[in-house]
Design a protein. Structure first.
Length: 284
């Protein structure tokens, strides 16, 4: 799964998705199998295939289209396969940069299929994804704060979910793989929530964890997964996680004009910035 190489973690997350809807668990599992199969049949490095590098973007693509589109299973799984091909293509383009492709292939493929729904009747876009007229759009800051839900949903939203059981299971899966990654995930959502609140974010988005999940992924990536020192770079990771809040808000504004979700693009952009800067500033 994302940033974690542990089969049991993947299994726990599939169970978490299935608790919300069995269909999501099945699609996650099938998408992972398709991504892995494409990697094997395509002749990819076996260690990379075993690490799941050709599966996680396929899983996210399958889940994303299941959430935001009404389409048949063949289309969703075909898109998942395309997500794997896109992953391989970006890995080739980025191989000289020492920068990981992260979830960028999934975001690209998902956006293309969502936008294709305007011209292909076989794809029906979720009615909640409506292009917004920014000239007449106003923030709605009303609502009652639900801190517990907001913090847990910040982790849950990594896989498009909101809910106590699925959130707990996903967090358990992360801790199963590494207590360090688990703590970093908690720190990511814990720093993003007050940052977004103090910057005046909408209460509804805070409760849904909209500003949390990109911070969670960024915190894990910058502080541990792509950090070569023995100790995690907590301060740098926290700064990166905080940075995802205004980046998420900015991208939300940009994409809401098209009725598109930002997905994990804030995580990708901020992580690329910090990992790229680390190549010039090695003490970060």
């Amino acid at each position: 799964m994302i940033l974690i190489e542990n089969a049991w973690t993947g299994f726990i997350i599939v169970i978490a998705l299935a608790t919300v809807h069995v269909k999501l668990g099945v699609i996650a599992l099938l998408s992972a199998m398709i991504g892995t199969l494409v990697g094997y049949l395509g002749g990819a490095d076996k260690s990379a295939v075993h690490q799941g590098l050709f599966g996680f973007n396929a899983v996210l693509t399958g889940l994303g289209l299941s959430v935001f589109l009404t389409a048949n299973l063949a289309t969703i799984l075909g898109a998942a396969a395309l997500g794997t091909l896109c992953t391989a293509a970006f890995m080739h383009l980025f191989k000289r940069t020492n920068i990981p492709v992260l979830t960028f292939p999934y975001t690209v493929v998902t956006w293309l299929f969502l936008l294709a729904s305007y011209h292909l009747n076989a794809l029906r876009l979720d009615p909640g994804l409506i292009p917004q007229d920014l000239a007449h759009w106003h923030m709605n800051t009303a609502g009652e704060i639900d801190l517990a839900s907001g913090l847990l949903n910040g982790i849950d939203q990594v896989y498009f979910q909101t809910g106590f059981l699925s959130g707990i299971l996903i967090l358990l899966g992360i801790f199963w793989a590494s207590w360090r990654l688990g703590l970093l995930a908690v720190m990511g959502t814990a720093i993003a929530w007050p940052t977004a609140y103090l910057m005046g974010a909408e209460i509804t988005n805070l409760n849904l964890g909209i500003f949390g999940y990109n911070a969670v992924l960024t915190m894990m990536a910058v502080s541990s997964v792509f950090h070569t020192r023995e100790r995690p770079a907590l301060l740098v990771g926290l700064l990166a996680a905080v940075s995802t809040v205004p980046v998420t808000a900015g991208l939300n504004t940009w994409f809401q004009a098209y009725g598109m979700p930002t997905l994990t693009l804030p995580f990708v952009i901020v992580t690329w910035i910090f990992l790229g800067a680390r190549q010039v500033l090695p003490k970060l």
